[in-house]
Design a protein around this ligand. Structure first.
Ligand SMILES: [Zn+2]
Length: 359
């Protein structure tokens, strides 16, 4: 149903200029609006309620929270191939995203296109800044474990930098470095883990590792780091000082829109790929804000056809700085994420949604 050949034929995931992107994205998203209206009864009801849905530019953006409250899917149960879940401490905080084979295939394909843009087409030796049990222990199998497994397909010779007690296994890391000396390696971890259990430990003990020439990809939110006053530039300074790492790419993504992730460019901005877009909205008036103003992040993606996640209103705050004119040369809107909207300001509350949209 969801043909993305036009996007796949582009030479890079950042090819489309604003005018063309606007047109192509608009027609794909409009088709997805109609598709989900037709195949998801609950989506249709939410979309017709002015208060349950986020509305701007005459389009419906589902608050991401609704995926924690409702099972929103646009395929028959027998076509559900995989259910993605977000991290969360209680079942009420967990999003459940139903994928059919088509949506799952688009997610993997787009993730490959985007990651290869930064890592190249060859699988690089991969150093994972976490402990091996994070993907082994099925009982505590987490979004973190799923993220590591997802990204592992872009690496080879997977080596975990930490032991189960969260200490760096220096012997193992040094052996990995020696084995791949002079060759690019791919380092991946969740932002807080990389900071707390790797960079900070190295910094405090005065140890240095030779990971120059490697590419560090990290994700998972800045909230914990902002609490301890670490911003992106400090993070990068310490990456360089302790390990010689010069290429650092944070990425912004969510379980509700896996695949079309927003990766940080060489100039420190997150970029919208051809497959996705970002808008900044005033949380109170639901009006779209101009570039340079901070507001609520709304994300669009052409990938989700098995669940109505193609236009989402997040609870994150961000600022868009421009489109197609980032000094890095990539097309697409470029932006920063500042953190979460304070709880009290989240538009509406779950009780309201539950009361208005009886499943
Ligand atoms: Zn850029």
């Amino acid at each position: 149903m969801n043909n993305l050949d036009f996007f796949y034929q582009q030479p890079s995931p950042y090819s489309l200029g604003a005018a063309e992107k606007q047109q192509v994205l608009h027609s794909h998203l409009a088709a997805l609006d109609a598709h989900h209206q037709q195949h998801c009864e609950l989506y249709r009801r939410i979309a017709s309620s002015q208060t349950a849905a986020g509305w701007f530019d005459q389009q419906v953006f589902l608050p991401v929270r609704l995926f924690k409250e409702y099972e929103l899917k646009s395929v028959a149960q027998q076509d559900v191939f995989k259910v993605l879940t977000s991290s969360g401490t209680t079942s009420q905080q967990v999003s459940r995203i139903a994928l059919d084979r088509e949506t799952a295939a688009h997610q993997s394909k787009v993730l490959v296109k985007i990651m290869q843009h930064y890592l190249g087409v060859q699988r690089l030796p991969m150093l994972i800044i976490d402990h091996p049990s994070v993907v082994k222990d099925r009982l505590s199998f987490s979004a973190r474990g799923a993220g590591i497994l997802g990204l592992s397909t872009f690496g080879r010779d997977h080596t975990y930098a930490l032991d189960d007690d969260m200490q760096i296994n220096l012997e193992r890391v040094q052996a990995f470095i020696a084995k791949h000396q002079g060759k690019p390696v791919f380092i991946f971890g969740f932002t807080f883990m990389v900071w707390q259990y790797f960079f900070q430990v190295l910094q405090q003990s005065g140890q240095q590792l030779d990971l120059a020439g490697s590419v560090l990809v990290h994700s998972g939110g800045w909230k914990k780091l902002i609490d301890i006053a670490v911003d992106n530039s400090v993070f990068k300074q310490v990456a360089f000082a302790t390990c010689g790492i010069q290429r650092v790419h944070n990425f912004y993504g969510m379980v509700e829109q896996v695949g079309s992730i927003f990766v940080e460019c060489s100039h420190g901005y997150l970029h919208a790929p051809d497959y996705a877009d970002i808008d900044i909205v005033d949380a109170r008036t639901m009006q779209k804000l101009p570039d340079g103003q901070q507001g609520l992040i709304a994300v669009s993606s052409v990938l989700p056809s098995s669940y109505p996640g193609h236009r989402l209103l997040t609870e994150d705050l961000g600022t868009v700085f421009g489109e197609d004119n980032c000094p890095c040369g990539l097309n697409g809107k470029y932006f920063h994420v500042h953190g979460r909207l304070p709880k009290a300001e989240v538009r509406g509350c779950s009780d309201t949604h539950a009361a208005e949209v009886k499943p």
